[in-house]
Write a new protein. Structure first.
Length: 80
């Protein structure tokens, strides 16, 4: 399926297969995820900024105020 989605995006898919791919994009979440990732990858390769709804920026701002204990070891299971 991924190969066909990629071919469709690149206008290389046979015309008789287009309806099947479009139907998959409408009804299959995994196909939509693949569609999104192909476009995101293409945008990144072309140097185009990714669309951001502000979520990432708000997380980054909140992380700036978090104090982290310098002795904290995320790989230490004994403190869990």
């Amino acid at each position: 399926m991924k190969e066909k989605i990629s071919a469709y995006i690149d206008s290389e898919l046979a015309a008789e297969e287009v309806d099947t791919i479009v139907d998959s994009l409408r009804h299959e979440p995994n196909a939509r995820d693949d569609w999104f990732l192909y476009h995101l990858t293409g945008d990144a390769l072309r140097g185009q900024p990714a669309m951001d709804d502000g979520f990432s920026k708000s997380i980054i701002e909140k992380l700036k105020t978090v104090k982290i204990d310098p002795s904290y070891d995320p790989l230490d299971d004994s403190k869990v």
